[in-house]
Design a binder for this molecule. Sequence first.
Ligand SMILES: [Zn+2]
Length: 127
Amino acid sequence: MDDVKPTKEHKTLLEYVRANAGYRPNIAEMLAENKGPCPDCWGRGRVVAPYERACPIEGYKMADRIACPKCNGDGRIPKKEWVESYKKYNAAFKERVSQWQERETRRRELIESVGYDIVEEIINLWR
Ligand SMILES: [Zn+2]
């Protein structure tokens, strides 16, 4: 009964980037400049140095930072990388809808084959 048709969470590239890149107030500006926030450093340009280990109390608060290898410290990556990622998200969504549609079609076939009265009786016996 919980198999509802999938709904698309992120309807635009901007929504998708905002949801997946953390809160960055200038994402729309970045996209307008054919850039996007770096997903490895959350747009900060710096990451924890690979030799650092988390302090049990302070975590990585005092850890050394290095320039992010993915964006070379810029905090931004080419917009096309986000576009590609969004395309994959859209393809995966389409696949989920397609799989749901197959199940829905099969459910309707089964209901039609035994008749709705029988299905209703079965459901009521479970209540
Ligand atoms: Zn980065």
